[in-house]
Design a protein around this ligand. Sequence first.
Ligand code: ADP
Ligand code: MG
Length: 330
Amino acid sequence: MIQLSDVAKRFALKGRSQDALAGVSLGIARGEIFGVIGPSGSGKSTLIRLINRLETPTRGTVEIDGADIGKLSQAQLSVLRHKLGMIFQSFGLLSSKTARQNVLFALQLAKKTITADDQRRVDDLLARVGLSEHADKYPAQLSGGQKQRVAIARALANAPDILLCDEATSALDPESTQGVLTLLAELNRDLGLTIVVVTHEMDVVRQICDRVAVLDAGRIAEVGSVAQVLFDPQSEAARALGRHLLPHAPVVAGATDTRLRLTYFGDVVTGDALSAATQGVNVRFSILAGQVSELKTGPYGHLIVDISGSDRERVIERLAASGVRVEALS
Ligand code: ADP
Ligand code: MG
């Protein structure tokens, strides 16, 4: 649905130039929640702004539904803008308008006359984002999470096919973040909305995305399913972003050359695999830390264990054979 081909963006600033993106190729399918993750300054906002043509690429093309958006007329561009909704970290609501008026405003910008149907649509949208009771409040009377819900309702006012989210939860507390992420997942499921989620937090990607691209200094370090990128990262950039989701082993005295991290996904239950693998062989093991998390596609977990004894290698082979990923920790 969205295809970027060798897209580069160079900014000139005070006589110096800066490559925000240096040749990015990427395809996003209809109906998926696609994550773009990277540290600050890696080009995420630039990428999303190129998709809705708030920026024009220095090189390369952006296609939406097969049309090169660089070749659109002014009229076609305004049609494109209706296909795309966008939300930001800072909400961007008008403080002089109520929640309802903010959503209605998006319709007023798009059409000349507002009908009773439009008014109903606004109320339906506010209900969908869970704000019916707050429709007549001004942004200053709403929490951060509620403001972002108003912004989502506004972004959906013109029935877009694609929702672009630039750090949409970065200003929110954990509970509001959870609420907004759940809402985005529902909109994806119920409306078939394609969602592009730009974030610097792997935990956001973990919870709602199908696939993710890892951006590093304007280039794609890797792209894959969330499970692949979290589980089996191929790039240092992905490893660094996923690291804080891993449990940390407590610092304990003694040798650490026996320490392993066991990672499992889906049906494999590490506890069972560990008991089975250590059955009837000469090893000693202790579990130092463990954690189970949920991906969109199912649970995954980690255990950190110390395993020693003459049959250690055999146990490692058994674990690997049962589908557990085994890594030595030092
Ligand atoms: P991110 O969203 O990942 O933090 P950005 O896309 O905002 O990254 O920025 C990528 C790089 O491009 C940064 O080094 C930033 O300073 C630069 N940049 C972004 N927008 C502009 C601009 N309008 N003018 C000059 N430099 C910019
Ligand atoms: Mg940004």
